[in-house]
Design a protein around this ligand. Structure first.
Ligand code: NAD
Length: 312
């Protein structure tokens, strides 16, 4: 039985991941942690700043965990606004979490991102192993992080595993300042106002994925046979390659009067244009059986239904 500590547990991924992990491994075997305090007092939760390595190690020791899932980070758009702070949190937090894993002999997971790619990366069917010269602080952090996780595996034998996530779409917790946030906002605005003004321009394709597939992937990868993992860290995974108009079209099947307009934010547009249009997930499929369930239509139907239940 696993006992897992999750950092950044109150964020977009963490808030859903801890529920999924509790269902899978039992409430007592999942310890949520975040720099913010939790309002939910029914589950095990500790307030912990990942830039304080000693505090993180004490928390892991206190709960006798065997796995750490490190999610605390500053996302792409926010990181571009405060790059020095992003380096401090994204690299400082990661190295602290890896050190805890090394010291306490824990299995380790952390997500990378499609933001690790850059303008020179092939845009279509972006291969697992390819040129990576990102032009954002977030991208620089993610590439360095991928390499650091590989280093901890090769140098210290830490069982590090990771995924390069595309933009994640969910209805439970709002996204935390990434470039693909529009793909969540568009559903809320469609339900509330029948319209959305996109800060990402038309014909700008990026990879996306529905949260249930993203969560399933973490559990699958962490439980995968290590002998079959050629790559270990930073597996490309994606299920949808879409531009704003593709979301508009999918939404109009359920809300025919939905209106999509554009008011492009140059900062986030520039980031989006430096990322791939569609990445190749074949290594994840071959090495640990990645198999997403949702496409843009089934995701749209579920998102609209769940948001309506919440707000209408
Ligand atoms: P988020 O911004 O929603 O959540 C991050 C959480 O970290 C927040 O709850 C925040 O309070 C917490 N945090 C911030 N500083 C902290 C600190 N010093 N100590 C402890 N906790 C701190 O982010 P997310 O979307 O849940 O992303 C989680 C991970 O997944 C990140 O590494 C991110 O880069 C990666 N990722 C996310 C997406 C996406 O679309 N959401 C896509 C690709 C990769």
């Amino acid at each position: 039985m696993k006992k897992i500590l999750v950092t950044g547990a109150l964020g977009q991924i963490g808030s859903e991941l801890i529920t999924t992990l509790r269902d899978q491994y039992g409430d007592d075997n999942v310890i949520g942690t975040d720099i913010r305090s939790s309002e939910d007092d029914t589950c095990i939760f500790e307030t912990c700043d990942v830039t304080d390595g000693k505090a993180l190690c004490e928390t892991a020791k206190k709960h006798n965990v065997d796995t750490i899932m490190h999610l605390a980070a500053l996302l792409s758009a926010k990181a571009e606004a405060i790059p020095q702070k992003a380096w401090e949190l994204n690299m400082g937090g990661l190295v602290n979490a890896l050190e805890v894993a090394r010291e306490l002999d824990l299995q380790f997971f952390t997500p990378s991102s499609i933001g690790a790619f850059g303008p020179q990366t092939p845009k279509q069917d972006t291969p697992q192993d390819t040129i990576m010269r990102p032009t954002t602080m977030y991208g620089v952090n993610k590439v360095a992080g991928e390499l650091l996780c590989d280093y901890y595996y090769h140098r210290f034998g830490v069982d590090t595993r990771g995924i390069r996530y595309p933009g994640l779409i969910s209805y439970k917790t709002l996204p935390g300042g990434g470039t693909t946030d529009y793909a969540v906002e568009i559903y809320y605005e469609a339900v509330k106002n029948n319209r959305y003004t996109s800060y990402i321009g038309a014909n700008t394709y990026m990879d996306m994925m529905y949260m249930p597939d993203a969560l399933k992937a973490i559990i699958q990868l962490m439980e995968a046979d290590p002998d079959k993992l050629v790559h270990r860290n930073a597996f490309n995974i994606s299920s949808i390659s879409a531009a704003p108009e593709d979301f508009g079209e999918a939404i109009r099947k359920y809300i025919p009067e939905f209106n999509l307009s554009y008011d492009v934010d140059p900062v986030r547009q520039k980031i989006a244009e430096s990322w791939p249009d569609s990445i190749d997930s074949s290594a994840a499929k071959e090495e640990w059986g990645f198999e997403p369930e949702y496409d843009i239509d089934s995701m749209t139907s579920d998102m609209l239904e769940k948001i309506k239940e919440k707000y209408v």
